[in-house]
Design a protein around this ligand. Structure first.
Ligand SMILES: C[S@@+](CC[C@H](N)C(=O)[O-])C[C@H]1O[C@@H](n2cnc3c(N)ncnc32)[C@H](O)[C@@H]1O
Length: 235
């Protein structure tokens, strides 16, 4: 399992397991998804030591303080509220590319291009002949309306499962990915649609060649993020 950041501040990929599964953790999203828009300084960030503001103008010394305040320190009620605020935000967003990109719909094309470059790199590194001729399966986590699946993953993978906790996004993904709306052969399809949050999901063992997480991981508290990586890791 690899993690990868699309940002200039990317840290080196971390090898967690020898099985070819990958996470593409897209750019940190800073729309007011959960009432906690963070405004960091423009100097390069190599550590999360920088202070900032949330969307209510409240200042935090560093990310750790913000997370403690927002998610609590082992307080299940606070964590519940954190996840609820995130979902409530997205429930009020229209099911469009501009909606899921927080008003930055114009980044769709370069975003997909960068993701495709990354995907090609890992496929080439991990599979003989970059996976061609092999039946490949992926999971698109926090898939929204299926933007990445439709524009990228479905071309490379024979089966794509989508996980998205906001039901109107997932319904839109079903329509967008219906066979009649896809420009791919019938050997490529959206297979399963899971309406659950990532912190509650356990991937089926051995099902996925790649686990794709783009523009969504910032929703998870650190401990849930780590726990998900552990559940995703093939034993
Ligand atoms: C910025 S959108 C990105 C959607 C999609 N990945 C894309 O790039 O088009 C963030 C997505 O994460 C979803 N999300 C929010 N909380 C989540 C959670 N706890 N687990 C999984 N997905 C979540 C939202 O509903 C939304 O669809």
């Amino acid at each position: 399992l690899f993690s990868h950041l699309n940002m200039g501040t990317a840290k080196a990929p971390t090898l967690l397991s020898s099985r070819p599964s990958f996470c593409n953790i897209g750019p940190q999203f800073i729309a007011p998804k959960s009432g906690a828009r963070r405004a960091f300084s423009s100097r390069p960030l190599t550590q999360m030591e920088t202070g900032g503001l949330d969307s209510d103008g409240r200042t935090f010394k560093n990310a750790e303080e913000m997370w403690r305040e927002e998610v609590g320190d082992g307080d299940p009620q606070k964590k519940f509220q954190w996840y609820n605020k995130g979902i409530n935000y997205w429930q009020g967003v229209e099911a469009t590319v501009d909606g899921v990109l927080g008003g930055y719909g114009h980044v769709n094309t370069p975003d997909i291009k960068a993701s495709e470059d990354f995907l090609n790199t890992i496929l080439a590194e991990r599979f003989p002949d970059a996976g061609r001729g092999r039946h490949l399966v992926t999971l698109d986590c926090g898939s929204g309306i299926g933007r990445i699946t439709k524009n990228l993953l479905i071309r490379y993978f024979n089966e794509v499962d989508l996980l998205e906790p906001v039901s109107h996004f997932l319904e839109s993904a079903r329509v967008n990915l219906a066979p009649e709306n896809l420009m791919v052969s019938e050997l490529h399809k959206a297979a399963n649609f899971y309406c659950v949050p990532l912190q509650e999901f356990t991937p089926d063992a051995e099902r996925y060649d790649v686990i794709w997480v783009q523009w969504c991981i910032g929703h998870l508290a650190d401990d849930d993020f780590i726990a998900f990586f552990k559940r995703a890791k093939v034993k």
